[in-house]
Design a protein around this ligand. Structure first.
Ligand SMILES: Cc1cc2nc3c(=O)[nH]c(=O)nc-3n(C[C@H](O)[C@H](O)[C@H](O)COP(=O)(O)OP(=O)(O)OC[C@H]3O[C@@H](n4cnc5c(N)ncnc54)[C@H](O)[C@@H]3O)c2cc1C
Length: 521
């Protein structure tokens, strides 16, 4: 019976191999195959940074006795009997349609295709190749394509990202998502790193490979194809795609947090939805070197250590200010999807080798702040993005300011903004209502206590408005829309995920629900 062993510690500046550390910890003469299942950095004591591993071994000895000897750090892995999946027997009158090919849509399609459901995927944006061209053109000042951009297109919002695969959900399907990404070309280490990331450069390839696999399994994927309307009688009957109606009894709505026109269409069609809290703020950039020094001390720059990240949060009077989507060695990107609006987000490549570290410092907002109408959150985001667009020259440049000046603690800064197509230095506090600016200032003061120098020298670019979906499309325990049988609200846009991992997991969940009701085609 294999044994999982936790807390195997190796100092960063030691040449000890994991196998040696296992033998040292367990006292056995040979560790045999050692499978690393978790690797993290313990940087709490700056004088002696350590890598901490969890491994699985299957030594040729009395495992129970060994596990008992090791104590709390050893877990015997008992064989799990997998309960066979029970497929439904209801006949599908048409292929399941999946609107949106982001992580949620991709994993819903992949799961359905592998089980013989021949899903029909529609994606309003282009494939990853054409999208890359459209996004680079926009970043170089060549104008926004409102249908093919950082939010819309193959791979969804996460394609031009750091590809961080961290999540707070505790779902066994997470392992399947990581293994699937690794099977389609992501670095194998994502399956065991405590903070796995793929990087935008590798993510594009992985997504394209998954597309090919879904097609080879009988799925179909149509790009530049938008869900424009739905027809409901007792239940879903048909969908309208690029002006054409087609019969449809099962629709997965995996449309992401920026599909505002589609939210408006669904709302008009009486699909039950409500406003949902999210957060807004600015991207802050610091020299990555400063962050490495703050997090690793004298180990900063050690060849075995990748650039340091951070996670910061503070709450006051029921409102939170926190760091979101931190990108070490990355850049701030133009993430707009609507004409006349400026939006920021962050991205890194797999190497994370850029000069700056960035994250969004954001403040939580709720319907109490922006209204309790279903689409009031969308309206609130839109107004902020438009204000920023107008402030920075109406050309998708972004408003920007040195942190010292925003905080009123000094002039200038030592960090160059990385946002393309460029920034306009201006009084960015005019973008947000006072309560948000005040909470941001409180946050920076608090964060400076945790990371010395965090409130100095950096630069702010914004606005960061698309932190999660401003709506929740209601679904029942069968994961079906509360308003129409056959519609499955899915992923981040519907309000059931936040991030690549949880969106992918929600896609699998939805596919399993469909497969438990309907028989394969
Ligand atoms: C720049 C950036 C960086 C990010 N970095 C990270 C990160 O490092 N780690 C992380 O976990 N998360 C990150 N995120 C968030 C993450 O990308 C999302 O949480 C995740 O992609 C949500 O997945 P989804 O499939 O639910 O929706 P999305 O990925 O948003 O996909 C929805 C898809 O639906 C399509 N669509 C919308 N409307 C229609 C329609 N009417 N018809 C047809 N298709 C439609 C869109 O074009 C889009 O491709 C980042 C986001 C951005 C923008």
């Amino acid at each position: 019976m294999p044994i999982r062993i936790n807390n195997i510690k190796i100092p960063v500046n030691s040449d000890m191999r994991v196998e040696e550390a296992v033998i040292k910890k367990t006292g056995i003469s040979s560790a045999g195959d050692v499978r690393i299942i978790k690797k993290s950095v313990d940087a709490r004591k700056k004088s002696e940074l350590k890598f901490v591993y969890s491994v699985i071994i299957d030594p040729d000895c009395n495992q129970e006795k060994l596990a008992a000897k090791i104590g709390a750090d050893a877990v015997l892995i008992k064989k799990q009997d997998r309960t066979p999946f029970i497929f439904g027997n209801k006949k599908l009158t048409s292929r399941p349609v999946i609107a949106g090919f982001g992580p949620a849509g991709i994993f819903a399609a992949y799961t359905l295709a592998r089980n013989g459901y021949k899903p029909f995927v529609i994606e309003r944006g282009g494939d990853v190749e054409s999208r890359d061209i459209a996004v680079k053109k926009f970043w170089n000042g060549g104008g926004l394509d409102p249908e093919n951009n950082v939010q819309f297109g193959e791979g969804g919002a996460g394609t031009f990202s750091d590809g961080k695969l961290t999540t707070r959900i505790n779902d066994a399907r997470c392992e399947a998502v990581l293994e699937t990404f690794a099977a389609f070309g992501a670095p194998e280490e994502i399956t065991y790193q405590a903070k796995p990331h793929i990087g935008t450069d590798k993510l594009k390839t992985v997504v394209a490979e998954m597309r090919k696999e879904i097609i080879s399994l009988g799925g179909e994927i149509r790009f530049f194809s938008k869900l424009e309307d739905i027809r409901i009688t007792e239940r879903l009957e048909a969908v309208k795609i690029n002006g054409q109606w087609q019969d449809c009894s099962v629709l997965v709505l995996a449309i992401g947090h920026s599909a505002r026109d589609t939210f408006e269409m669904l709302f008009k069609k009486g699909i039950k939805m409500e406003p949902k809290p999210f957060s807004v703020g600015f991207r802050v950039e610091h020299k990555q070197e400063m962050i490495d020094r703050a997090m690793y001390g004298d180990f900063a720059g050690h060849p075995k250590l990748s650039h340091a990240d951070y996670a910061l949060s503070y709450r006051e009077n029921g409102r939170g200010v926190y760091s979101f989507c931190m990108c070490p060695g990355g850049s701030v990107v133009a993430a707009a999807s609507e004409e006349g609006g400026v939006v920021t987000n962050g991205m890194s490549e797999y190497a994370r080798d850029k000069e700056n570290a960035n994250s969004a410092i954001v403040v939580s907002v709720t319907p109490d702040d922006f209204g309790d109408g279903a689409l009031d959150g969308v309206k609130f985001q839109r107004e902020i993005e438009k204000r920023a667009f107008n402030m920075a020259g109406k050309n998708y440049k972004a408003p920007c300011r040195y942190l010292n000046e925003f905080l009123g603690t000094g002039k200038g800064g030592n960090t160059n903004p990385s946002y393309l197509p460029g920034v306009e230095f201006t009084d960015i506090s005019r973008i947000y209502p006072g309560f948000i600016n005040n909470m941001l200032k409180t946050g920076f003061a608090e964060f400076d206590k945790k990371i010395k120098g965090f409130a100095k020298g950096g630069v702010l670019t914004g606005p960061e408005t698309r932190t999660s979906s401003p709506v929740c499309i209601r679904r029942n325990d069968e994961l079906v829309s509360a308003s129409a049988n056959g519609i499955y609200p899915c992923g981040e846009g519907a309000g059931y995920a936040g991030g690549i991992m949880s969106a992918a997991v929600d896609g699998i969940k939805i596919a399993e629900k469909i497969m438990s009701v309907y028989a394969p085609i």
